[in-house]
Structures are given as structure tokens and as C-alpha cells.
Design a protein around this ligand. Structure first.
Ligand SMILES: [Fe+2]
Length: 440
């Protein structure tokens, strides 16, 4: 018996040693994703390792000899706010002097480990470029219904850019940040091939949005909370609706963002700028309007984002008036796990271009709510009777495609994942005049 005990002890001790003495291989790059920094001929490549390593991207033109060029960047240690204080290493490398419209093959990492071989096409900078987008909000680690279809469509080159309108992973901070890691690995299949442009949602709230601010690299100096960039004939503004809700992180953020939005819109409206990039498109998480049957802000008349807050000192301005006065053309939202297309609307009033052609020279901004990419919270429902400003609603999982055709035409369509990729709604927005004068 004593011998048996000794044998058992040796076996157990051996297993404990195997479990505790073998460290995970942490120098292998993972979670590769791209963003466009808003500078001609450039692309930012971001990835994560579990150990500290160097940050190198090797790349070259598609069809040529592999990895003839190389660029270095930096690595920062990100510490999750949970009790484990888990660390990951986030690497950022900016490639510059890329040839617009050319496809590059790349891998990233260091001599301690390289990613798979991936590819992207450098964005064309011309204002006559007609980019294609996929856009959606509210996609999670669990139940990401739209992801498989998006993977295939992205990898065959259907999109130039992807816009993710807030709410990632559900939630990136969970399990000491491991859910964030898993989600970022999942979206590598789309985000490593085209710029993946983001805005924060309420699910990013933890530790003052630290996972969002650290994991994504957006243009500007605000860690992706608000920024703008140009593509083709459009000026695209991304901002945070969460500054209206998480006041514990500072009411000053709300005012700083408002002033920035005002300044950015004024700049975009300078005659020479608006002539070059006539479309002004916004994206942010919580909508000003929606007709869902939950208890969200937009189901009440007093949407904070739309009208501001008067329970703050000083009162906080809303955004509907600002966007209307500055002639914003198109506003993308998410948060509600549904798709809803609105008639051109301002202050709850419909301003269709005409009865026959509502979206031809509309006299107010057009809103689209697209938050049905798929997540563990499943669908939201609608109130039975749509409001008069609601043009089309769907509870199917799916995402939106946008083709920015030229300075007068934008085509949008809604893809249903539930119906095997069927296009269930579409819209051709035509504007001969942009800016506030279009409303007259
Ligand atoms: Fe949300």
C-alpha cells in the first residue's frame, strides 16, 4: 500500500508540475486588425501578443516576392481592470507610402513569431473613388450571426471598409479581458483585410472604455472616442453617444465632444471642403429615433443624444439641431438589435423629397439603425405600430451594405442573415444639393 501511495504521489506531483511548469506560448501574434489613420497612402496594423515582443510588419505587393518591405512600430502593455490585472501586449505599426488601389500581402509579429499571411488593398484617395462598405453594430463573441457571411464577402473583396457601430464582444472586459481577446481573434477574419473603423457603445463602458480605447487605433488623438476621416466623396464622423450616459467619466467629455463636432462640421462645410466631399455621414451607437419596445432612451421623446440633457449643470446640448443646421446627410446608429430605416426626419417631422421619391433631395437627414449583426442578447422587438417617421423595420439578423457611388448618389441595402443573405431592403439616396441649403 505504501508503494501504491508513493506511486500515486509521484503521478500527482508530475501532473501538477506539467500544469504549472509549462507556460503558454505568448509570442505568437493574434487579433490582427487594420485601420485607416486618415493619412494618404497609409494603413495601421494592430495585433496582440501575450508576451512582450518586437513590433514588425513585413509586406510587399501582391504577386511579387513576399515581404520585401518592412516597417516597425511600438508595443504597449495593456492591463485589464479586473482583479487579475491581466496583461496583454498591443502592437501598432503604421505603413506609409502605399500605392493607392494596390493590394499588399503582409504578416506581422517579430522573430519570435509571425502571424498568418494576410492581405489588404491600400485605399484610393481620390474624391471620385466609389468605396463599398459593410456596416453594423452589436456583434458579439457569442452568436455573431453575420460573421461567416461577412468573412467570405470581405475576403473576396466586396468591401473597402467595415464600420462597426459600437458594442463589441459582450463584453471585451469579461473574464479578465479574455472575451475581448476571443472576439478580436474572431473578427481577424474580416478586420485583417480591410480597415475596421469603430465607435464606442455602452458595452465598452468598463474601466472607462479602456479596452475599446486600447484595442482599436482610430484617427485623431482621442483614442477613438470621436474622430473624422475622408473617403471618396464623403466625410465620415464617428463619435460617442456614451458621453451622454456615463457621466461618472466626466461631463467635460460631453462638452469637449460637442465642441469638436461643431468645429469639425464647420470645417467640413467650408465651401471648398464640401465641394470636394459633399456627403457628411455620421456613425454613433445609440440612436436619436427608434421604435423598439424596450426601455431605451430613444423609445421616449426625450432622447439624450437627440435633445441633450437638462439635468446636468450646465445643461448638455443634443445633436439633432447641430446636425440639421450643418446639413448632415446620413446618420448611422445601432444599439437596438434590429434594422430600421427612417424617412428623412427632423424634430419628429417627416421631410421627404416628394411622395413618389422620398429619398430624392430629402429635406432632412436620413437615419438608419443597424444593430442586428448578432450577439448573446439576441433580437429586440418593435412596438406594434410604427411611428410615421419609420419607413421599414426588420428583426432579422444581418448587416447593411453601402455603396458611395458618387457625389450625388449613395446606395444602401440590408442583408438578412436569417434569409440566407437575401437583400430585404434598399434605398437610393440622391442629393443634387448638400448642406443646410438642401433643406429649403
Ligand atoms: Fe448598445
Amino acid at each position: 500500500n505504501q508503494e501504491k501511495m508513493v506511486a500515486l504521489y509521484v503521478l500527482l506531483f508530475g501532473q501538477i508540475c506539467v500544469a504549472s511548469c509549462v507556460l503558454p506560448i505568448g509570442s505568437q501574434p493574434e487579433q490582427v486588425h487594420l485601420s485607416y489613420p486618415g493619412v494618404k497612402g497609409s494603413m495601421v496594423i494592430t495585433w496582440t501578443t501575450l508576451n512582450a515582443t518586437e513590433s514588425i510588419v513585413e509586406y510587399g505587393l501582391w504577386g511579387g516576392k513576399l515581404f520585401t518591405q518592412s516597417a516597425r512600430g511600438n508595443c504597449t502593455t495593456f492591463v485589464d481592470g479586473g482583479s487579475e490585472k491581466r496583461k496583454i501586449y498591443i502592437h501598432r505599426v503604421t505603413l506609409s507610402e502605399l500605392i493607392p488601389g494596390f493590394t499588399y500581402v503582409y504578416h506581422c509579429g517579430s522573430e519570435a513569431g509571425w502571424s498568418d499571411v494576410l492581405y489588404f488593398t491600400a485605399l484610393i484617395e481620390s474624391t471620385s473613388f466609389s468605396p463599398k462598405f459593410a456596416l453594423f453594430g452589436d456583434m458579439g463573441n457569442e452568436n455573431p450571426q453575420s460573421l461567416a457571411r461577412l468573412q467570405k464577402e470581405t475576403q473576396v473583396g466586396m468591401y473597402d471598409v467595415i464600420l462597426h457601430i459600437g458594442d463589441f464582444a459582450y463584453d471585451m472586459h469579461e473574464d479578465e479581458g479574455r472575451i475581448g481577446d476571443e472576439f478580436m481573434k474572431q473578427i481577424e477574419s474580416i478586420a485583417a483585410y480591410v480597415p475596421y473603423m469603430t465607435c464606442p457603445g455602452n458595452h465598452e463602458w468598463a474601466y472607462n472604455f479602456s479596452h475599446y480605447r486600447s484595442r482599436f487605433n482610430m484617427p485623431g488623438q482621442t483614442e477613438g472616442l470621436w474622430y473624422s476621416w475622408n473617403i471618396g466623396s464623403a466625410h465620415i464622423i464617428s463619435f460617442s453617444t456614451e458621453v451622454y450616459f456615463y457621466l461618472e467619466y466626466g461631463l467635460d467629455l460631453l462638452f469637449r465632444q460637442y465642441e469638436w463636432l461643431k468645429g469639425d462640421l464647420e470645417e467640413a462645410n467650408k465651401p471648398e471642403n464640401r465641394a470636394a466631399r459633399p456627403w457628411i455621414i455620421t456613425m454613433a451607437h445609440r440612436p436619436m429615433y427608434c421604435s423598439n419596445n424596450d426601455h431605451d432612451d430613444c423609445t421616449k421623446f426625450e432622447s439624450y443624444v437627440r435633445l441633450g440633457r437638462n439635468d446636468t449643470d450646465p445643461p448638455a446640448p443634443g445633436l439633432e439641431d447641430l446636425f440639421y443646421r450643418q446639413g448632415v446627410d446620413l446618420e448611422f446608429w445601432a444599439h437596438e438589435h434590429t434594422y430600421e430605416r427612417l424617412w428623412p426626419v427632423y424634430n419628429y417631422k417627416v421631410f421627404n423629397g416628394s411622395t413618389e421619391e422620398p429619398y430624392m433631395n430629402p429635406r432632412a437627414p436620413v437615419h438608419i439603425i443597424t444593430g442586428s449583426a448578432g450577439c448573446r442578447e439576441k433580437h429586440d422587438g418593435f412596438i406594434p405600430k410604427p411611428r410615421e417617421w419609420s419607413a421599414f423595420r426588420s428583426t432579422d439578423y444581418g448587416y447593411t451594405r453601402m455603396h458611395l457611388i458618387n457625389s450625388t448618389h449613395i446606395y444602401l441595402e440590408q442583408v438578412s442573415d436569417d434569409q440566407s443573405g437575401k437583400v430585404i431592403d434598399s434605398l437610393l439616396l440622391i442629393k443634387d444639393v448638400h448642406g443646410p441649403e438642401a433643406w429649403l
